[in-house]
Unconditional design. Structure first.
Length: 126
């Protein structure tokens, strides 16, 4: 029986830069580091019971469409999408999609980490 998602793995070209972005920019906590023979340093960051595993050694790929096969993005819930987007833009993050209200009253926005991995912010209606 499947009980839940343990973590999401994100491949980067620089694990230290990725760890800094996920902790300092997005507010994740660094949970642990694992030194491996196969992947070098792996950094686990977490927030609210969700873990992201950051690997180094990726090869940048050209931008693709949002409907390509594969994992599309990580979604982070926020209390106020507009305020969070203002904060991110204030520290130099460029949004791919400005805050928008979509089906069921969800308010969403998109941006990328420094390696092109898409991140969604989502505010559920009250």
């Amino acid at each position: 029986m499947i009980k839940g998602i343990e973590h999401v793995a994100v491949v980067t070209t620089d694990v230290e830069e990725a760890a800094k972005f996920y902790t300092e920019t997005l507010g994740f906590r660094e949970l642990r580091r694992l030194e491996t023979d196969h992947s070098g340093t792996i950094v686990f960051v977490g927030m609210g019971g969700t873990e992201v595993e950051l690997f180094e050694g990726g090869t940048p790929r050209p931008p693709s469409g949002q409907n390509d096969v594969g994992y599309s993005h990580i979604c982070l819930t926020v209390d106020d999408v507009d305020a969070e987007c203002d904060r991110l833009k204030g520290i130099g993050v460029t949004l791919d999609m400005e805050p928008t209200t979509v089906e069921a009253g969800l308010r969403i926005a998109f941006f990328q980490d420094p390696f092109g991995n898409r991140i969604e912010l989502m505010q559920r209606p009250e």
